[in-house]
Design a protein around this ligand. Structure first.
Ligand code: H79
Length: 450
């Protein structure tokens, strides 16, 4: 009898999984197809914006808060809700934000639809803690951004804090064995009574469905901090998204070992990765607006990060933290303008490229494209060589063409015994990074095959 039961169970499992396999095939879109636009895009804008932005990081004399305000300033939920009622970003202009992203050369925006504070920055019917019912701003900024992105040809994507929610009574957290340290223990102190599934069913899943139903095509569902969400719970969310929008990309923070691509926060990995990945990064030390933080990265650093990330096969998701009035800080806008001006001239070395076939160089980075059986190499030079010569060791392919990308000026490049030797002008034409474009015959072995 036991054997028969086991047999039936096995049959159900095998049959069930074959069936599941078939269903996923029948959505007839492969992961590679889903990732295509994203792989070419290389550069996106992250937007951290919420009730917390109004404080600009300051609360009762302390100035180091940001999007974690409710938690780090230990604000009880009722008080936070009162504060939310005064949120009224009258200067918010979707056209302005999307134009800033577009002119920076960014191809997608990822905006916080709900951060850890649990406050929905859109018109949610699921929960009243939202911008329409809970603030003085009676507009839906996500709707306006989605429409504007469509107009200007950028992909509209949303951030959703999955495993943390300081408004919901059923959202337990756990981190490195230190259970609950990121939960709302002020309003909901009894951690063991919290049932994650209840929160998922009551709030997170219905809100995810709203986002995927009411805002047109969503490019990426960008989840953050899955915390105690299990693989099974995460998979269920993936299934729901696939059902509603099969083309929507999902990042890895939807649950353990899930999602279409991995995320690095505030760092760029050392080496190349052939699997899709993204680095998200702030321009100063905070994600949400902090008026006291003037530790801005330079435009040069940002351009170098973009190139470095592209040379390793990744995407760069660069953050802005608009003010409580709804304005992208001038310091951010200025930097994005500089990056955009660089990209207007050198975008060919970024968009649609793949990772470098070489280890990184001390003088710069490389990206590549394949064309008619040949390889276009884009060398971005960060440190101009004193002797005017760049050497790319171990490359012996025939050189077909070599020029500076900005001016189109031909330069001499030879394939010698010690590798490619590139002769440069005496000084760098572009102080941020000058790109040398070299077309060589055939392909160059990629590092993963070495
Ligand atoms: O949305 C951004 C962060 O708020 C979120 N992910 C990015 C994209 C994030 N959640 N957790 N973490 C990042 C990692 C933990 C950060 C902390 Fe801290 C640093 C916790 C304590 C120190 C800064 C200071 C944030 C809270 C206090």
């Amino acid at each position: 009898m036991e054997k028969l039961k086991n047999f039936i169970l096995l049959f159900v499992l095998v049959f069930g999984s074959v069936k599941a396999q078939n269903t996923s095939d029948s959505t007839d879109i492969t992961q590679e197809q889903r990732m295509e636009w994203w792989q070419d895009a290389r550069f996106g804008m992250f937007i951290h914006w919420g009730v917390y932005s109004k404080a600009g990081g300051e609360w009762k004399g302390e100035t180091n808060h940001a999007e974690w305000l409710q938690f780090t300033a230990k604000i009880p939920l009722q008080e936070y809700k009162e504060y939310a009622k005064t949120f009224n970003p009258i200067k918010f202009d979707a056209k302005e934000w999307v134009s800033i992203a577009k002119n920076a050369g960014m191809k997608y925006i990822v905006v916080t639809s709900k951060h850890h504070d649990g406050f929905a920055m859109y018109n949610s019917q699921v929960n009243d803690h939202n911008i329409i019912k809970g603030s003085s701003f009676h507009r839906d900024p996500l709707k306006e951004l989605a429409e504007e992105c469509k107009k200007q040809g950028l992909r509209f994507c949303v951030y959703y804090s999955l495993g943390r929610d300081w408004e919901d009574p059923d959202c337990p957290t756990g981190y490195a064995g230190n259970i609950a340290w990121r939960s709302n223990l002020i309003d909901y102190p009894i951690e063991k009574d919290k049932k994650l599934q209840r929160y998922l069913d009551r709030k997170a899943i219905p809100q995810i469905k709203e986002l995927l139903t009411n805002y047109g095509d969503i490019g990426v569902m960008w989840f953050d901090t899955y915390e105690l969400v299990s693989k099974q719970q995460g998979q269920k969310i993936v299934d729901i998204i696939r059902e509603l929008q099969p083309k929507c990309i999902i990042n890895s923070r939807v649950g353990p070992c899930l999602g279409d691509y991995t995320v690095n926060e505030q760092e760029v990995p050392e080496g190349i990765s052939i699997k899709p990945w993204e680095s998200c990064m702030t321009m100063n030390n905070h994600w949400g607006y902090n008026k006291a933080d003037d530790n801005w990265r330079t435009s040069e650093e940002l351009v170098h990060h973009l190139i470095d990330i592209a040379s390793k096969g990744g995407n760069f998701l660069l953050n802005v933290g608009p003010t409580g009035e709804g304005v992208i800080p001038t310091e951010s806008a200025e930097r994005l303008k500089v990056v955009g001006d660089w990209i207007k001239v050198n975008g060919e070395a970024i968009y649609g490229t793949t990772f470098s076939p070489f280890e990184k160089f001390v003088w710069g980075r490389c990206t590549q494209k394949k064309e008619n059986g040949n390889t276009i190499l884009y060398f971005s030079v960060f440190n101009w060589p004193e002797n005017g010569e760049l050497i790319v060791p171990e490359v012996h392919n025939k050189v077909m063409k070599s020029s500076l990308l900005d001016s189109g000026k031909q330069i001499k490049t030879h394939s010698l015994d010690n590798g490619l030797v590139i002769k440069l002008p005496n000084s760098a034409p572009d102080p941020l990074a000058t790109v040398v474009k070299v077309v060589v015959e055939g392909v160059i072995d990629d590092p993963s095959s070495k």
